[in-house]
Ligand binder design. Sequence first.
Ligand code: ADP
Ligand code: ADP
Length: 229
Amino acid sequence: SALVELDRLSKVYSTRTGDVVALQGITLTIDEGEFVAVVGPSGCGKTTLLKILANLEQHTGGTGILGNRELGGKASDDVGMVFQKATLLPWLDILANVLLPVTLKRRASAADREAAMDLLRMVGLEEFAHKRPDELSGGMQQRAAICRALVHHPSLLLMDEPFGALDAMTRDALNVEVNRIWRETHKTAVLITHSIPEAVFLAQRVIVMSARPGRIVEEIEIPFGRERT
Ligand code: ADP
Ligand code: ADP
């Protein structure tokens, strides 16, 4: 069934120098468990689309549904997000960083800590739980950031160019990792990337956007993509 349903969604940023139409007429359905990649030139609205899904921005036209709520309504924590930079807090160890979405709300329980350790185990960072972020490589930090995005069991995992700042080898290793996480957790995922090979490797469907105004120009089903589940 559908987790995300966008119907002619649009977004206009009002700035001092005038309106910027970032998204126009975005109609898109994402099924539960699906992995969708979004590609397109700079400025076509990829990040805006993710921010709207994460409730970090409000759309200005059309409608959007995520799970059982309307987008733009009450903020919700059913989304986990990974950014280009891992943005781990340097004074906390890896485990505390992963637990942050939980501890911002309440005291972490033993079960929360165990769940966080399970995630760290899944990405091979178990032994680094009590290290500080600067003791880890960039790729390892980004793995921790993925764990942090998953720790509160979001229904949707959003990744905005998560590996854009990493070298090619690390990137390949992380692609394999993300594919494994997706297969193991059955998490619905949306990935923004500039890499077509990355999109094709990871996604079941690639959404191609174009700019001025930002819109979807093509949706490509990846052959055998669905069989990876
Ligand atoms: P992409 O992620 O594909 O590069 P963005 O979503 O960042 O695209 O941007 C889409 C368009 O919206 C661009 O024209 C950009 O300049 C504009 N934009 C993005 N954020 C803002 C903002 N906060 N205020 C005004 N314009 C913005
Ligand atoms: P990634 O591909 O995640 O960036 P690297 O290629 O940098 O990882 O490192 C591969 C392996 O080397 C890691 O899984 C880890 O076991 C070890 N390693 C890398 N950096 C460090 C570090 N700073 N301290 C200890 N071990 C490390």
